[in-house]
Ligand binder design. Structure first.
Ligand code: SF4
Length: 257
């Protein structure tokens, strides 16, 4: 039986330095880069993106826009109202709003306080009332009472930015001009390493590059469902997620406490 000789650890000058000297050395050391979220080798590889899209499609085969609407106009208004507000809350407000002002013409002729009163609970109601009325006037005066079907024209409506325009084009007209980027799409696309950006415009640009155009509309719907059901902002329910093997997000969570 051979005896193992204990070897005393020998410290380097840096390791044994203490006090002020150690602090001085530490200050001169290069700072280790923060661990980057995600560690997939080729996160944008077409086969990985295809696997993500496939998993989403299987998990949420019936994902559609959750805002109640019967026309392009109602969807435009509902999407404007959904800023900083839940779809559930918007759906509580829109029936009486559209009953009182059923057409863009009626909305354009309404008084602002009347509109404000009907949409008060969606928050930011003064600005939203102005936007809705302004959009109604624009639709009536510039577009012959019809919501336009191009990004360029939609962006001319007050209160309509790319997100709202993409919602209307995609969900109503079935035109894939871009990708809807809301808070869920922003957060989860980053977790899935499909983008490293944080602003909706840049994230949309990234997604357009990696997602085939025939998935642009469904991707947003499915991700929004995923964000509501599992991949929530805090403590995503990764144990139940069918994308788990594809996801290397640094904030994966396995417990609910
Ligand atoms: S594994 Fe977790 S973090 Fe990744 S997509 Fe699924 S729920 Fe989101």
């Amino acid at each position: 039986m051979s005896a193992t000789k204990a070897v005393k650890p020998v410290g380097t000058i840096k390791q044994i330095a203490t006090g002020a000297k150690a602090r001085a050395i530490a200050a001169s050391e290069p700072v280790a880069p923060k661990k980057k979220p995600g560690k997939t080798k080729k996160p944008l590889a077409p086969e990985r993106v295809a696997a993500i899209l496939d998993a989403l499609c299987k998990a949420y085969p019936n994902a559609v826009c959750a805002l109640t609407h019967r026309s392009a106009w109602e969807l435009t208004v509902a999407t404007i109202l959904s800023a900083q507000c839940t779809d559930v809350r918007v759906n509580l407000v829109t029936p009486s709003l559209f009953k009182t002002f059923p057409t863009p013409k009626a909305m354009a002729a309404a008084s602002l306080p009347e509109i404000e009163e009907l949409i008060r609970t969606t928050g930011f109601f003064r600005n939203k009332a102005k936007s809705i009325q302004g959009a109604a006037k624009c639709v009536v005066e510039d577009y012959g009472n019809k919501v336009p079907q191009t990004m360029e024209e939609l962006l001319k409506l007050p209160g309509v930015a790319r997100k709202t325009a993409n919602v209307v084009l995609g969900s109503w007209f079935k035109i894939a001009d871009g990708v809807v980027v809301d808070t869920h799409v922003l957060r989860i696309s980053k977790r899935l390493e499909l983008t490293e950006n944080t602003t909706p415009e840049k994230v949309e640009r990234d997604l357009i590059k990696v997602i085939p155009q025939d998935h642009w509309i469904d991707y947003s719907h499915e991700i929004i469902f995923h964000g509501r059901q599992l991949c929530v902002a805090r403590k995503p329910r990764c144990v139940d997620c069918s994308l788990e093997t594809l996801c290397n997000s640094s904030d994966k969570t396995w417990t609910s406490h």
